[in-house]
Design a binder for this molecule. Structure first.
Ligand code: AMP
Ligand code: ZN
Length: 457
């Protein structure tokens, strides 16, 4: 079955054909590193990882580029307010550079915990200032810019199909808006370069042909994707919130300079929500991978949890939902462990699995095929070999996992030994009292023909 993917640009599921034989250029918008990634952000990065693994499963080599936004993302997407990095620096007393480095490393660690493959190129916006300046000059030479007292702006009215990706109704937007335009000429115009404030020294600022300042948020992705993948590559991804602003503006920039809409496929991951509300980093309160670990979950249980919905549907997070996923995941990996050594794969099941992942990444159904295989009457060695092939895409580290040996503390073992003695002496009430003590300490005791077995509750 051919790989088919939903393309937001054409709003249709299309057969995937790489632009270049057997090779795929993939660009995914990366994290803004002013804070930890929350599990919502990571849902999008898991979706992108599943996409990459599916492409590799189909035999393509993938050049995966991801940016790290470490400058220029302002508190408001409308190019106003403080830079998120500088705000975080002020709050913590660290420099903006230290903040960026710290949260970039934290992001890499979270990806590792979730078995998200590292991109081929992970590139920082601050390492590509010259490329961004060159790109803005190109847009300027094509006549799409104007300057105001606070920066250089893109004049979106000059681009006939501005907003096509999001099917923006520009006139409707303009009519319905009560936002002060200031010196901006149109509501949808956006900053390419912002000047440093006159009365204040920014921690991150650079000289440019237009004056000292810093790049706008959208230009880094246009400049870095062109540098590493060319001006028209295979797939560009991000979260659904990128459709109306960030990706719309990336396309505008690249159209102005290179007359292409940047990527052949545009794909978007839909949001993780908590209590039906968007989980937002800027709201301050959010769940991150460490929160899950602190509550006793394996981060891979969260990865498994995200398979329960299509990437193009919102997913509601609940602790009950995560609990159910964790139990189901444990059941699966215990079975896989008990199957022992792998034998020869079952091609029929591989085909069924491929059919589901190639159908626009239908992971809920791919997981259903996985369970069918697990419960089938095939020999264990066949099941094991086959599921390990699935796991190249699922990324659940099924080959490595082993049940953990439980360490039962000495005092519990002693209580259990006394209880056995009481039972032998038929001193039932005392034996039962000891059993209650064991339960109160968080353990359970089960009498088996081989003797009592102790487990933590
Ligand atoms: P940021 O670090 O804010 O630049 O976001 C990183 C990625 O996470 C982007 O692709 C966003 O679109 C995506 N994202 C933000 N919030 C959520 C959410 N609640 N669920 C899924 N993805 C999200
Ligand atoms: Zn981007």
């Amino acid at each position: 079955m051919k790989l088919r993917l939903f393309d937001t640009y054409t709003r249709s599921v299309r057969d995937f054909e790489p632009l270049e034989d057997r090779h795929v250029g993939l660009y995914t918008c990366g994290p803004t590193v002013y804070d930890y990634a929350h599990i919502g952000n990571l849902r999008t990065f898991i979706f992108e990882d599943l996409l990459r693994r599916t492409l590799e499963f189909n035999g393509y080599t993938v050049t995966h580029v991801m940016n790290v936004t470490d400058v220029g993302h302002l508190v408001s997407d409308a190019d106003t307010g403080e830079d998120k990095m500088e705000k975080s620096a002020r709050r913590t007393g660290k420099t903006a550079w230290e903040i960026a480095e710290y949260y970039t490393q934290a992001f890499i660690q979270d990806c590792d915990r979730l078995n998200i493959k590292m991109p081929t190129v992970l590139c920082r916006a601050t390492d590509h200032i010259q490329e961004q300046i060159d790109f803005i000059r190109c847009i300027e030479e094509q006549g799409y810019t104007y300057s105001t007292s606070d920066g250089i702006y893109f004049d979106t009215s000059k681009l006939a199909d501005y907003g096509y990706l999001a099917r923006l109704d520009i006139e409707g937007l303009q009519a319905g808006s009560r936002i002060e335009l200031g010196e901006k000429r149109h509501l949808t115009d956006f900053a390419l370069w912002k000047f440093s404030p006159k009365d204040q020294q920014r921690q991150m600022e650079w000289d440019s042909p237009w004056g000292k300042g810093f790049p706008g948020w959208h230009i880094e992705c246009s400049a870095m994707s062109v540098k590493y993948l060319g001006n028209f590559f295979d797939i560009h991804c991000g979260g659904e919130d990128h459709i109306p602003v960030h990706h719309t503006n990336e396309i505008a920039q690249t159209e102005a300079c290179y007359h292409t809409h940047l990527a052949n496929f545009w794909m978007h991951g839909y949001f993780l929500q908590i209590d039906e509300a968007k989980m937002a980093k800027s709201s301050g309160e959010f769940l991150r991978v460490q929160t899950l670990i602190d509550r006793g979950y394996d981060p891979l249980a969260y990865r498994f949890f995200t398979f329960s919905a299509l990437y193009r549907a919102k997913l509601n997070f609940t602790w009950e939902g995560l609990d159910a996923a964790a139990k189901s995941f444990d059941r699966l990996r215990t079975m896989v462990y008990q199957w022992g050594e792998p034998g020869i794969v079952d091609e029929d099941y591989i085909d069924q699995f491929e059919e589901q992942v190639n159908d626009d990444l239908n992971f809920p159904r791919a997981l259903a095929v996985t369970w069918e295989l697990a419960r089938s009457s095939l020999p264990d060695a066949t099941k094991k070999a086959t599921i390990l092939v699935f796991d190249q895409v699922l990324g659940l580290r099924l080959a490595e996992w082993q049940p953990q040996e439980q360490v039962i503390p000495d005092e519990i073992l002693e209580l259990a030994a006394s209880r056995t003695k009481m039972r032998q002496e038929k001193r039932w009430a005392e034996a039962d009292a000891l059993r209650d003590q064991i339960i109160a300490a968080g353990y359970e005791i089960e009498d088996t023909p081989a003797g009592p077995r102790i487990k933590s509750l």
